[in-house]
Ligand binder design. Structure first.
Ligand code: UT7
Length: 336
């Protein structure tokens, strides 16, 4: 058995910044409400036609990660891509990355676990490396939310939160059992699937033909739905539980955490978790203020930025944790 460790990180966000004031020109909202409830000041939204698709942003982040890993792209053995906003209904973006990077015919897997997508994806990569099946895996989380949001007052409870972007890591074999990913912890509770969902078009619901046939201006089924307060309440409980689970599994305590990188769902959620664990500001990394919630991309973007800013040092205990649609949630405990 081997461990896996992160040897390269990269991120990419579209240039176009959308402020809360910009949003207030599209819908009945305001900077004060958004900042008070979410901590978000602005987010990046891709401009249609500029080529910033989910897979293209993933490729840009991946190129940086590969270069920083100091490896040749053909040393990558496998690709895992997490997103809820793929370029196409099928095939998923993993194969598009393989094509775009012009890598030999390695496998490419798509992960559909929304805000927990990156945590699930890196956990899957870790298992492949642990068993010795693969040595180097490219793991990407990317989202293009902005093209699929309801930008009217009707959608304001969801739309103001989300941003576009991508993050990527190269996970590689580590011989030292005390280094790298120490453990990953995954959970789901499908009974709440409707509370944060986008139900159409779907084979089990309404397919495109039905939507077009009905041509109903009040149809909201193809916009994301979120029962915000219910998701919030569940998030703070599950974040806390799954971080605790990871610490206990490794015989660690909250004081051992050098840096917690929570999925950037809402600054208030991160602050609740920070308080619960008694962590000082320098031991929690947040960037939701300027990126919004980028779902599967949020942790790899934040991780990359924390690393770039020198906030992660050799031997640090880094904890990743996520919660979102499904519900799904999880944590990753890393000895850097
Ligand atoms: O990443 C995946 C996981 N996602 C999350 O963890 C998100 C969890 N939930 C949340 O972050 C919060 O629930 C929200 C930020 C989404 C909403 O905050 P809230 O404090 O729960 O507000 P609310 O949904 O209870 O709405 C309060 C009021 C409502 O008006 P009334 O009914 O009290 O008159 C909404 O219509 O705020 C209104 N409202 C808005 N007002 C201005 C909702 N969205 C907006 C808006 N601007 N954008």
């Amino acid at each position: 058995m081997y461990n896996s460790k992160i040897i390269g990180l990269g991120s990419y966000v579209p240039d176009n910044i959308v402020t809360n004031d910009d949003l207030s020109k599209m819908m009945d909202t305001n900077d004060e409400w958004i900042q008070e409830r979410t901590g978000i000041k602005e987010r990046h939204w891709a401009v249609p036609g500029t080529g910033d698709t989910t897979s293209a942003m993933g490729v840009k982040a991946a190129k940086v990660a590969i270069e920083r890993a100091g490896m040749d792209k053909n040393d990558i053995d496998f690709i895992i891509f997490a997103t809820l906003s793929p370029d196409f209904y099928f095939p998923g973006p993993g194969v598009l990355v393989q094509k775009e990077l012009d890598i030999k015919t390695i496998g490419a897997l798509d992960v559909r676990n929304q805000c927990s997508g990156f945590v699930y994806a890196i956990s899957v990569a870790d298992q492949f490396i642990k068993t010795g099946m693969y040595k180097n895996i490219l793991v990407i989380g990317a989202e293009l939310h902005s093209h699929g949001l309801d930008k009217t007052t009707r959608g304001r409870g969801v739309t103001v939160i989300f941003g576009d972007g991508a993050g990527a890591v190269i996970l590689s074999r580590e011989e030292n059992p005390d280094k790298g990913l120490l453990s990953t912890h995954l959970h789901a509770q499908g009974e709440h699937f409707k509370e944060l969902s986008l139900v159409a078009p779907g084979m089990g619901q309404r397919w495109i033909n039905d939507i077009l046939k009905d041509n109903d201006p009040d149809d909201e089924s193809y916009f994301p739905y979120m029962n915000g307060p219910f998701v919030f309440k569940n998030a703070i409980v599950r974040f806390t539980e799954v971080i605790m689970e990871g610490l206990q599994k490794n015989g660690l305590v909250k004081e051992d955490i050098n840096l917690l990188i929570p999925h950037q769902a809402n600054l208030r959620i991160s602050q609740f978790v920070q308080k619960k664990f008694g962590l000082s500001d320098d031991r929690v990394f947040n960037n939701i203020m300027t990126y919004g919630n980028t779902t599967a991309a949020s942790i790899p973007i934040a991780l990359t930025q924390a690393w770039e800013q020198g906030k992660i040092k050799e031997n640090d205990l880094v904890v990743l944790a996520a919660f979102g649609s499904g519900f799904t949630w999880g944590s990753v405990i890393i000895r850097w």
